[in-house]
Design a protein around this ligand. Structure first.
Ligand code: OXD
Ligand code: MN
Length: 600
């Protein structure tokens, strides 16, 4: 084989893979428009893509995946380290030797009749010293065109790589798409990823969950920074001052909506700038603050529920040059999903069949997605490409909790905030295969994405905080609390700005809160409800701290955290005991009612 590139390490690896996978052709991707157009032409010809209405959705395409390949498959996702203890109980472990005998053979001749694409990509802004290079080898042209949207792909990455050997090697093959022969393996020690048998985004776009979270989290552990499942936004106030916030929510809990929020007219002068919607790389800066970059260059968002009311900026972002996966289409070939109003009469469902209106089935798959360039977002931050990133003043954790967890509250300090993140839990969604709507503990929303032992990860969080002279304040939010009739108590979406505003003001010592055993809870007056149809009684309920309920919750948290054994940092156990003691004291004073305490 002739050398595909002058970089020796790259060339040797591609040759080795090509010898084993046996493709018809090898193509090094340059990321150009012409290359993209050629790939799309090919995929239109073989049915991998379909054109959407060029008048309403110029440059947009539909891809229908195999019906058994529509979400991340966590039970087939492995961390492969020599020592099982290093992966911890929250990850599936496979010994590297076992991976070589069980998974590697699935790549043998897997690319016969196909093209092997070499996809170099850069995670992070071109000018940033914190950006990292990855190369994905794949036999899926759908993966290539998605990678071009989600990362800085092609020449730009090769230029950055130069003759360095320092890049994450990702090998992906669709294989035969049989879930029985599907594996997503990570080798943090050698910075390698093998993914076979799936074309689904989170399993196949190896830049995203595999590199930017699982591998990067281990690099962060070793180098003193954090790779997190977080959106990044800037909230500009009427005085023109912008405060940056990072927020972790489990998959499909509204990170994209929050990152792209447009404030309602009743709060004039506020503006949200989107820096990222899914992943943040966070580093202590020389000024003692935590600085964040978004390693990605596009959005791979959940389509259902997205509309002009819930996320107008997303709707504008995906109006052109977007790849839609597993959505339904209307008769005039516009993409359609649940949340866009009444289903039109003639509709083709995500499987490509006529939609049966009498059925209870959704027309779009609940985890159907859009892949769209970040540059198309009307609210994209002017700091999106900033080399140093943005300074983070607040970190928010949140999940779907129908009861107990208040609309918002603030941790007493970093250590308590780390416990708050460790306690995060949420009802499961369609982003991963399995039952939806079940409560699952998901520390820092990283349970499926942390590449090493969760106990070590929590200890790493504590260490990072200790080295910050100006650590971000830490908060927890819950947009999903329900009332007696199971109705959502909080309107959510654009109105969440009211909670963000309280958070930003707290970071400046400006807004009011009550000190309760679980942390600082906003006073009812501190959340601006002008122009909102939410009664005072509902606000009180949203902010109620039920000491009894929390004591029960903490017993569950304690049991959960115990699974991390002696790797659970002692400081967190202590923090949990302190919290338990504060709750017990409050229960004695005023059982299961709102806890009256000091205003701060
Ligand atoms: C995602 C996920 O795709 O979290 O972002 O599943
Ligand atoms: Mn995600």
């Amino acid at each position: 084989m002739t050398a595909i590139h002058k970089n020796r390490a790259l060339n040797n690896w591609v040759e080795e893979v090509a010898r084993y996978t046996n493709p018809d052709r090898v193509h090094l991707c340059d990321g150009s428009d012409a290359e993209n157009a050629e790939l799309i032409k090919q995929m239109l010809a073989d049915g991998t893509l379909e054109t959407l209405n060029p008048e309403t959705h110029p440059g947009c395409y539909l891809h229908r995946s195999h019906p058994s390949d529509v979400a991340r498959t966590e039970h087939l996702t492995f961390i492969c380290t020599e020592n099982q203890a290093d992966t911890g109980p929250s990850n599936n472990w496979m010994a590297p030797d076992e991976a070589r005998t069980r998974v590697w053979p699935l790549f043998e001749n897997a690319m016969r009749g196909r093209t092997l694409y070499v996809v170099p990509y850069l995670m992070g802004p071109e000018s940033s010293p914190y950006s990292k290079v990855g190369v994905e080898i794949t036999d899926s042209p759908y993966v290539v065109v998605n990678m071009r949207v989600m990362t800085r792909m092609g020449e730009i990455a090769l230029k950055r790589l130069g003759d360095s050997e320092d890049f994450v090697k990702g090998l992906h093959s669709l294989g035969d798409l049989d879930p029985e022969r599907r594996f997503i393996c990570h080798f943090p020690q050698t910075k390698e990823i093998w993914s076979v048998g799936s074309g689904y985004g989170g399993n196949a776009l190896l830049s995203k969950k595999c590199f930017a979270l699982r591998i990067a989290s281990t690099q962060g552990r070793d180098e003193g920074w954090l790779a997190e499942h977080m959106l990044i936004l800037g909230l500009e106030d009427p005085q023109g001052h912008t405060t940056y916030i990072a927020a972790a929510f489990p998959s499909a809990c509204g990170k994209t909506n929050l990152a792209m929020l447009i404030p309602p007219g009743s709060l004039p002068g506020y503006k949200v700038w989107t820096v990222g919607d899914d992943i943040a790389w966070l580093r202590p800066g020389p000024d003692g603050r935590l600085w964040a970059i978004n390693p990605e260059n596009g959005f791979f968002g959940v389509a259902p529920g997205t509309n002009k009311e819930t996320n107008p900026n997303a709707m504008a972002t995906i109006a052109k040059n977007t790849i839609f996966t597993n959505v339904a289409i209307t008769q005039d070939r516009q993409p359609w999903w649940e949340g866009l109003g009444k289903p039109p009469e003639a509709l083709t469902n995500w499987r490509g069949q006529a939609y049966d209106h009498a059925s209870n089935e959704p027309a779009a798959h609940p985890n159907s997605r859009f892949t769209a360039p970040a540059s198309q977002c009307p609210g994209i931050s002017p700091k999106f490409n900033e080399a140093q990133g943005v300074p983070i003043s607040a970190i928010i954790f949140g999940g779907r909790r129908p009861s107990l967890v208040p609309l918002a509250y603030q941790a007493l300090n970093w250590r308590h905030g780390v416990l708050m993140g460790a306690m995060l839990s949420s009802e499961t969604t369609a982003a991963a295969t399995g039952k939806t709507g079940v409560l699952r503990r998901d520390p820092m929303a990283m349970l499926p994405f942390c590449g090493y032992h969760m106990g070590d990860y929590l200890a790493h969080w504590l260490r990072v905080g200790e080295n910050l002279s100006h650590p971000p304040a830490i908060f927890n939010v819950n947009w999903f609390r329900r009332g007696a009739n199971n109705e959502f108590l909080w309107p959510g979406y654009g109105e969440n700005i009211r909670v963000l505003r309280w958070i930003v003001e707290r970071t400046r010592g400006q807004s009011r809160a009550t000190e309760t055993p679980i942390g600082y809870v906003p006073t009812t007056e501190a959340i601006d409800t002008r122009g909102l149809n939410v009664s005072n009684a509902v606000i009180q309920e949203l902010l109620r701290v039920d000491a009894n309920g929390w004591s029960t919750e903490l017993r569950d948290v304690e049991e959960y955290l115990q699974r991390f054994g002696d790797r659970l940092p002692y400081a967190l156990e202590e923090e949990l005991n302190n919290l338990q003691r504060r709750l017990e004291a409050a229960e004695h004073r005023s059982p299961s009612t709102r806890i009256s305490a000091t205003l701060v």
